[in-house]
Structure formats: structure tokens, C-alpha cells
Design a protein around this ligand. Structure first.
Ligand code: ADP
Length: 218
């Protein structure tokens, strides 16, 4: 994986976990926060951490913020600072701005001023938890659009030992299998003759409604 440069502004709970994960994956991460203790605490899990106020253009430019591939604005509670920071970053021509929103209105403003990706951590996590409760077979998913998902699900038990051709999942459920995860391997575009095994995970694509029906099979 190519190494990219990320700046995470706001080292609260959300910013910290984004920064930590990127750093663990070998990416270059600059952590920025107003508060000295937050910056000190971040030192072990980022490439560099600095105290700065992201609502001051000079502070941002002196950090060379325009050289970063992606800037994550993880300021939540101080909505004014979050918005001002995104406006400044946008004006400076940052390639990719990701911003955390506390609620719908905040998110709409962030989108309107040009954030490339607005994240609603609480809403999204709440939906994930509910989806997991509703269909325990659903392990992981990506929302492609409002109606379409890619979902990773454990196979319905009665499908083990059968091949994809005889199961005819696409015709019966309107769901396509794009890959099978087997132990640590992944079989991409499995052939129709592939026999499903009890521990297999299916990577499926389809409408949420069709996927929900498919993943509720016993
Ligand atoms: P979380 O819910 O993820 O913990 P918070 O909103 O509580 O998020 O934390 C946001 C962090 O952003 C805090 O550590 C705060 O000090 C920092 N922060 C707020 N405003 C600025 C700013 N203008 N510049 C840099 N950091 C900021």
C-alpha cells in the first residue's frame, strides 16, 4: 500500500481512533489539537503531534497542511470551529477533506461548504448495531448507495455442500456473490461449480431488501 500523509485535527475519541489505526497501518499521520495534554497523549500513536488552532489560517499553512493527501476534521462539540476549519481547508485547496458531524444540520453545512466525506459516527454506529441485531449473520457491510449494499454474511447452513450453480442465488434472491472468504483466503468471482463449505463467508451485493431476506435464511 502506498504511504499517504494524513492530518487529523482534533484528538478526541474519534480523532484518536482514526489517527491510531492509520498509524498502525504504516501511514504518516500528523495529529493536531488545541490542548497540550491531548497532543502529548497522542505522541505514541502518530508520526508527529502539534498544538495548533485549526481555525487560524496561519497555523494551518505553517504546518504545510496543503502537502497532505487527506485531512480529517474530528472536531465535534465545537461546531463553529469544525465549520470554520473545513472552510479554511477548502479555500487552501486540500485534496480530500473528511469531517465528523454531530448531527444532521451540522452535516448538511459541512457538505455544503465542500467536505468530501461527512461522517456521523454515532448515527452510523447505531445503525450498525441495530443491523447486526436484526441479522446476526451479517458481519460487515459497505453502503454503496441508499438502497444497495455489499455485505459479508455467514452462509445459511443448508447451503453448505452445494455449489453456486445449483443454489442459483442470483435468480432466487436477486443477490450476487462477488467473493467467498474461506479461512484466510478469498476466492474472487467464484465459479458456478464452487462448493460452499460450512465456515464460508459470502461477500454479496444487492439491494438492502434482497440482502436482508437472503441473510435471514436459516
Ligand atoms: P470526541 O467526541 O471524538 O471525543 P470532541 O469534540 O470531544 O470529540 O473532541 C474534539 C477535539 O478537538 C478536542 O480534543 C478539542 O481540543 C479539539 N479541538 C477543538 N477545537 C479545535 C481547534 N480549533 N483546533 C484544534 N483542535 C481543536
Amino acid at each position: 500500500m502506498a504511504i499517504k500523509q494524513y492530518a487529523v485535527i482534533g484528538l478526541g475519541r474519534f480523532g484518536t481512533s482514526v489517527a491510531r489505526r492509520l498509524h498502525e497501518a504504516g501511514q504518516e499521520v500528523l495529529g493536531i489539537d488545541l490542548v497540550e495534554e491531548k497532543v502529548e497523549a497522542a505522541e505514541g500513536y502518530v508520526t508527529d503531534a502539534v498544538i495548533a488552532d485549526s481555525t487560524e489560517e496561519k497555523a494551518l499553512t505553517s504546518l504545510g497542511i496543503t502537502d497532505f493527501d487527506c485531512v480529517i476534521v474530528a472536531i465535534g462539540n465545537d461546531i463553529q470551529s469544525s465549520i470554520l476549519t473545513v472552510v479554511l481547508l477548502k479555500n487552501l485547496g486540500i485534496q480530500k477533506i473528511i469531517a465528523k458531524a454531530l448531527g444532521k444540520r451540522h452535516g448538511q453545512v459541512l457538505e455544503a461548504i465542500g467536505a468530501d466525506w461527512v461522517i456521523y459516527p454515532e448515527r452510523d454506529m447505531g445503525e450498525r448495531v441495530a443491523n447486526q441485531l436484526l441479522s446476526p449473520k451479517l458481519l460487515n457491510y459497505i453502503e454503496l448507495s441508499k438502497n444497495y449494499n455489499i455485505e459479508e454474511i455467514t452462509i445459511p447452513l443448508r447451503m453448505a455442500g452445494k455449489n453456486l450453480k445449483e443454489l442459483d442465488i442470483r435468480a432466487k434472491f436477486n443477490v450476487s456473490i462477488i467473493a467467498i472468504v474461506r479461512n484466510d483466503d478469498i476466492i474472487v468471482s467464484p465459479s458456478p461449480e464452487e462448493l460452499l463449505q460450512p465456515e464460508d463467508l459470502l461477500v454479496t451485493i444487492g439491494s438492502r431488501k434482497d440482502l436482508a431476506k437472503f441473510s435471514s435464511l436459516e
